[in-house]
Design a protein around this ligand. Structure first.
Ligand code: NAP
Length: 346
């Protein structure tokens, strides 16, 4: 069955990825696109500063961009994907949910709210049932579902594969691509020939969102995973690859081989855009190790890659990598949309 979907913030870095991923999607067809008032009324092909290396699909380029306002969204839209700036999303998403729309959102507002599912379909699809709690508490006919921050979603699938060993402590240092800051987020003068230490707010997101994602939902309440997570986040001059160096400690003492095997056998989800395998585990030779240049990535950008697993005095260390605007943003929301459709929420 095909569902009519809209994209909020469709002209931005993440919005463009939505357009690309929704082109020829087996379950979703684009029914409306929104952006700021400055873009409203223009054909999408003129409003978007298109930066992807494939052309705007012809029929999408001709769609007239709408203002991001509940009154502008057609009634027959089943699902809205949101890639709005977080302050804008915090205002408009609740209004859309109250008006009956189901919203699968990238924006960071409300990710930690007790009644908002923060989901990665391959990791915690059961958290989607928090929608029942949300609807009871907020009186909404619609629903709000979030995907995690791009740096969090790069690491958490690898950790989820390792919780069986009794995950106790995680330290992670990231090297993050410029697309994570949005189309005009980092100036060229700031990032060229440079690495920018500390990305404001990012470290807290990794630390808190990871524990929520790995927590348990008992049907009424969600508990946080007890592991300590400490993050250090840095910006580097790559376009889309987030590389992360993870140091993890466990109650059991898994060998590097056991860690590699657990990650390689992490289950995929039975959804159109879920990669199988979920995690590509690299060989241990240096040229094979994950590198943030996307030509070293495998698959279509939805897969996590990991490798370089080694023992440390306290546990293991490894590297993981994901495509920022696909698995880290639009692809993550798309997967949540597919999960919402698959589970009958739309
Ligand atoms: P972006 O490139 O700056 O795009 C922002 C989009 O929102 C554009 O379509 C813009 O429309 C629209 N917009 C801006 N102000 C608006 C307003 N007042 N009312 C309605 N629409 C407005 O940002 P982005 O990188 O795509 O990020 C979008 C969201 O996704 C953010 O919340 C970000 O934190 C989150 N996110 C981003 C990434 C990433 O990799 N970039 C990863 C995870 C999460 P105009 O073109 O008309 O200005």
């Amino acid at each position: 069955m095909s569902h009519r979907v809209g994209v909020l913030g469709a002209t931005g870095a993440v919005g463009q990825r939505f357009i690309r991923l929704l082109d020829d999607h087996p379950e979703f067809e684009i029914a409306c696109l929104t952006a700021s008032d400055a873009s409203a009324g223009e054909p999408y092909g003129e409003a978007a500063k298109w930066r992807l290396d494939t052309p705007i699909p012809d029929e999408v380029g001709e769609i007239t961009v709408r203002a991001t306002d509940p009154a502008e969204i057609p009634d027959d839209v089943d699902l809205l994907f949101s890639s709005l700036p977080s302050d804008v999303a915090a205002e408009i998403e609740p209004d859309l949910c109250a008006a009956g729309y189901v919203v699968s959102s990238n924006s960071s507002n409300d990710r930690l709210a007790d009644d908002v599912p923060l989901t990665i379909p391959e990791i915690n699809p059961d958290h989607l049932d928090l929608i029942e709690v949300q609807r009871d508490e907020r009186g909404w006919d619609g629903a709000l579902v979030k995907n995690p921050n791009c740096s969090t979603i790069t690491m958490v699938p690898t950790l989820a594969a390792l919780t069986e060993f009794g995950l106790e402590r995680v330290q992670v240092s990231t090297l993050q691509a410029v697309s994570g800051a949005g189309y005009s987020g980092v100036t060229s003068m700031e990032i060229l020939d440079n690495a920018v230490p500390h990305i404001g707010g990012e470290e807290e997101k990794m630390e808190t969102e990871s524990r929520k994602l790995l927590g348990e939902f008992d049907g009424a309440e969600l508990s946080q995973h007890p592991a300590d997570v400490a993050a250090s986040c840095n910006r580097i001059p790559t376009l889309d690859g987030h590389l992360e160096n993870v140091f993890a400690e466990f109650a059991d003492d898994p060998s590097p081989g056991a860690v590699r095997e657990a990650m390689a056998s992490a289950p995929s989800a039975d959804l159109p855009s879920s990669p199988d395998p979920l995690i590509h585990v690299f060989g241990e030779d240096r040229p094979e190790r994950p590198q943030p240049r996307m030509d070293r990535m495998r698959g279509d950008g939805m897969r996590i890659v990991a490798g370089g697993v080694q023992s440390t005095a306290e546990g293991v260390k490894y590297d993981c990598l994901a495509h920022n605007t696909i698995r880290g943003a639009a692809g993550a929301s798309l997967l949540n949309g597919e999960l919402l459709a698959n589970e009958g929420w739309i």
